[in-house]
Design a binder for this molecule. Structure first.
Ligand code: SF4
Ligand code: SF4
Ligand code: SF4
Ligand code: FES
Length: 904
């Protein structure tokens, strides 16, 4: 059934059985001086006066509610008595719709939970709409004859009580449906507010009331709750499904034109389609995923690839099929970068702006695309051919900078390659050398010949069927989680296994993929062994959708393992069954956090949750859940096969090896696996051939641990790579990324880039992380311009320490690492920017001037590379830069072989 048909059906099912009319009155000093009293049993509505005594004694709100309650009750009144009134009061000063929290209403009743009078305070638009309808308060007594809705139309001055048999009770559904029923058009939805109780109020004594307001920016009905006292339970006891109020002309204190905030937050344009063909295609996509809300993210990926955007019609259809509130669907559609409410172009160009690519000049590549296409980042060309985006790490940092166009990835892209990439014509042989084509859309499937050898350990363990034995071995091996926190895997497995035994619930395994393309069959074997250990029957591998090559390989490997019955029902004739599913991320870094990851698996926004309860005990769908990093899992078959002694003999301080990705200013950016205890210098020298261009440039600093890692100076290159040693010096193992920067990179600029990235990725749920990162970004922007005093550094340190100590999840806590380590080791760089107004690396443009000194030999090289032709050049004569025309690109500085170009 189409949504409008559903709304029509609901509307037709309403039977009004009581009507009342009233006049609107003007407010006088915040009061309308009237109270609306509805007796549901007697089907009677009256208007009572607000007396001067009431105003003198109580002002409004809570006091009015108490006064009115005592007018109705007697000593025998219980929570479920007819004369237990639900009172709604608004104060003379409250009640504006400027902001969702500003229109407070106090709601009062005798509580089913405490048997005393309880009041609750709630936002939303109901209070303001009631007040401007001409009522300072409303009292509801009695019980309705059938499930009913009270509809107050303040525009027409009418009230009706209607039997409403079909509406669902759940607030998110009934509020959306009633908003649709009573609004004349989309704009009119802003004039509707719905009070409802939800189905939980039927079964508990602590049901709350939900007050809706229509969020014009998101185009959905949202809620505020009157949570105290179980007033929702009283509401349902009176057989009320909802109270709907409609009013108009309630002007907020600001207008869109006047408000600075509103100017920047225009309502999103959500496009609706009436094309029947498109609607049936949307329905087909949703039903292909069994209309299962757990697959919401997968369905949205599917809709994106089919239609290039998520339309309003798609949101309506998802709401209808999945029975998920539109507000949730909208939230998912706008939280993840992979989804768009506006149509994307035929080709989506993603320029990787991850740390590795940024260090290799990705910004210039992005700028060149902007220039060529005539659009900004995030925009689509008017012909709808191209959409240009900046993306997070695409997973091949050794080939930085990367560009991805739909499923095609190009590596080592120079700005000069942009035209070639856009033309798509690589027929000329010389064109094949640069850029490097990393992944063709029609990839060759993984050859799994000889794959069975991977599963010999699993087969043995399957026969033995001894879960505790596997856990004991892994505990003894001291295998730590490779995802960052370094928690002992055996210990985690033990908790999952014990919970499984205690609660008799099958466990679940969730594996978070890293950017490395590991041997997928080895990973599957590791997952199967873990599943035997924790008694799991289902597992998920969560891939970031940017990591396409690894994802394709894993899909092939899973198909192979299913065909060989290493996955599926009764594996190899045993009683053990295991279903392994691949799930796609949607472009949110923070969704990799374990509690956030579990949210994505049930189609929700990947926001972290406070971990009062261990996920190992109460995880995916309340089942014991082992959340592991893919690299940890990949170690398991070998540990079991070769033994604990073999594993613990590798590495110092921590057992085993670590995969690292080294990018930036090194000769050969690489992915390497090294034993713990290897020094940073050994990795840079042995695996990457040292710093690039060593004659001219020297190493200035490294960032260790990925986006939330810490900065270490060149003097600390002998630092060992292991969990504890790195933590002591303010860095982390994190994602295993090491970004190497030479003396042409500015620490402040790098830190600003990093903090900006983190601020964009913060889910915004808790204040220290959300506000802290944005404040830190603003301070760093000042410092990069030499603005302000060094007292900002204390503030920066305070912010970072607060984030570290009080953020809700590991993201916010570790996001302080780059800031604190920079302040710890690079104070002189901050001082140089703030006090001497110099960026010694020649990066921060406001603080940089390039000059040619008298060592100049007049070789003319600088003049040749200068893009603006602003160097006065005569062979064998001292060259001079015209500062007016210089754009501070630094090309002359980089080109000169005689150190004649200086930064001042
Ligand atoms: S610390 Fe940051 S990412 Fe984590 S919950 Fe808080 S705002 Fe979200
Ligand atoms: S490259 Fe250096 S030496 Fe050559 S002309 Fe320019 S400043 Fe002078
Ligand atoms: S910094 Fe760039 S624009 Fe300025 S003189 Fe040097 S090469 Fe020319
Ligand atoms: S591929 Fe660009 S930073 Fe990793």
């Amino acid at each position: 059934m189409q949504h409008h048909e559903h709304i029509l059906k609901l509307k037709k099912s309403h039977t009004p059985y009581h009507q009342f009319t009233f006049d609107k009155v003007k407010l006088h000093r915040g009061y309308s001086n009237r109270i609306l009293r509805i007796d549901l049993s007697k089907k009677e509505t009256t208007i009572l006066p607000v007396t001067q005594e009431m105003k003198d004694l109580f002002v409004g709100g809570k006091g009015f509610d108490m006064w009115l309650t005592f007018q109705e009750i007697d000593q025998d009144t219980k929570w479920d008595s007819d004369n237990n009134p639900i009172c709604f009061s608004v104060g003379p000063l409250g009640g504006t719709t400027s902001f969702p929290g500003a229109g407070k209403t106090i709601v009062t009743a005798i509580s089913p939970a405490t048997a005393s009078i309880m009041d609750s305070n709630v936002g939303g638009y109901f209070g303001p709409y009631l007040k401007f309808a001409g009522f300072d308060a409303m009292v509801i007594v009695g019980k309705a004859q059938a499930d009913s809705i009270i509809y107050i139309d303040a525009v027409k001055g009418s009230l009706s009580i209607e039997a409403a048999p079909l509406e669902q009770l759940d607030s998110h559904i009934i509020a959306e449906d009633l908003t649709d029923i009573y609004a004349d058009d989309d704009l009119d939805k802003r004039n509707i507010s719905v009070v409802s109780a939800g189905s939980a109020s039927e079964h508990s004594r602590m049901g709350l009331l939900n007050f809706s307001f229509f969020d014009w920016r998101r185009n959905v009905a949202r809620f505020k709750q009157a949570g105290r006292g179980g007033i929702g339970t009283v509401f349902r006891n009176k057989k009320l499904k909802a109270i709907v109020i409609k009013n108009n002309g309630i002007t907020p204190a600001w207008t869109v034109a006047e408000s600075k905030v509103a100017k920047n937050t225009r309502p999103k344009k959500i496009i609706e389609t009436t094309c029947k063909n498109e609607i049936s295609k949307i329905d087909a996509v949703i039903t292909k995923w069994n209309s299962n809300p757990d697959y919401l993210i997968e369905i949205m990926h599917h809709l994106m690839s089919e239609f290039k955007y998520i339309s309003k019609t798609s949101i309506d259809r998802l709401n209808f099929h999945l029975k998920v509130p539109k507000s949730y669907i909208y939230q998912v559609a706008t939280f993840y970068d992979a989804f768009s409410l506006e149509p994307k172009g035929e080709k989506t160009i993603q320029v990787c702006m991850g740390p590795g690519c940024h260090a290799k000049g990705a910004q210039t590549v992005l700028d060149t695309f902007k220039k060529e296409l005539g659009i900004k980042e995030g925009e689509t060309t008017p012909c709808q051919k191209y959409t240009l985006l900046a993306s997070n790490c695409l997973g091949a940092c050794d080939k930085a900078p990367l560009v991805k166009i739909n499923d095609q990835i190009y590596g080592k892209v120079n700005p000069t390659d942009v035209k070639l990439i856009l033309s798509g014509d690589f027929s000329n042989e010389s064109a094949l050398e640069s850029p490097e084509i990393i992944q063709m859309p029609n990839h060759t499937p993984v050859c799994a010949c000889g794959g069975d050898k991977h599963f010999s350990t699993f087969k043995k363990l399957l026969k033995e069927n001894n879960a505790q034995n596997i856990i004991d071995l892994l505990t003894e091996s001291k295998l730590k989680g490779r995802g960052g926190a370094g928690f002992l895997t055996g210990k985690k497995m033990q908790t999952v296994f014990d919970t499984h035994l205690e609660k008799k619930l099958d466990s679940v395994i969730v594996v978070n993929s890293a950017i490395f393309e590991l041997d997928p069959l080895n990973v599957i074997e590791g997952i199967l062994i873990s599943a035997l250990a924790v008694r799991a029957n289902v597992g998920f591998i969560c891939f970031r959708n940017e990591h396409l090559p690894a994802l394709l390989k894993m899909n092939d490997a899973i198909k192979w393992a299913q065909a060989k019955n290493f996955l599926g029902k009764n594996i190899l004739g045993s009683h053990f069954s295991f279903d392994l599913q691949v799930r796609h991320g949607a472009g949110s870094f923070v969704s990799g956090e374990s509690s956030a990851l579990l949210q994505t698996l049930v189609g929700r926004v990947g926001e972290p949750k406070a971990k009062y309860i261990k996920l190992a005990e109460v995880g995916f769908k309340k089942r014991p859940t082992l959340v592991c990093n893919i690299e940890t899992i990949a170690n398991i078959p070998q540990i079991i096969e070769k033994g604990v002694r073999w594993f613990t003999s590798i590495g110092k301080h921590s057992a085993g090896t670590k995969l690292l990705s080294i990018s930036g200013d090194v000769k050969n950016p690489s992915f390497v696996e090294v034993p713990f205890g290897t020094t940073i210098n050994e990795v840079i020298q042995n695996a990457c051939g040292g710093v690039s261009n060593p004659k001219k440039r020297s190493l200035k600093f490294v960032q260790v641990g990925g986006p939330t890692g810490g900065y270490l100076p060149a003097s600390m290159l002998e630092q060992k790579i292991d969990y504890d040693s790195l933590k002591e010096v303010g860095a982390i193992i994190g994602s295993g990324l090491i970004s190497v920067k030479n003396d042409r990179k500015c620490l402040i600029d790098s830190l600003l880039y990093q903090v900006n990235f983190l601020a964009n990725e913060s889910c915004g749920k808790c204040t220290p992380c959300r506000e802290g990162l944005n404040k830190a970004k603003a301070i760093l922007q000042n410092i990069a311009k030499g603005k302000g005093s060094t007292s900002q550094l204390d503030l920066l340190e305070d912010i970072a320490t607060t984030m570290q100590e009080t953020s809700l999840c590991q993201f916010g806590k570790t996001a302080s690492n780059p800031i604190l380590s920079a302040l710890r080791y690079f104070k002189e760089d901050f001082i140089s920017h703030l006090e001497h107004k110099i960026c010694a690396s020649g990066v921060c443009k406001e603080l940089t001037k390039f000059h040619i000194n008298d060592k100049c030999t007049g070789c003319t090289l600088c003049a040749k590379v200068c893009p603006t032709g602003c160097i006065a050049s005569k062979k064998k004569e001292l060259h001079i830069i015209d500062q007016q025309k210089c754009i501070k690109c630094g090309a002359c500085f980089d080109a000169c072989n005689f150190k004649s170009v200086e930064v001042r």
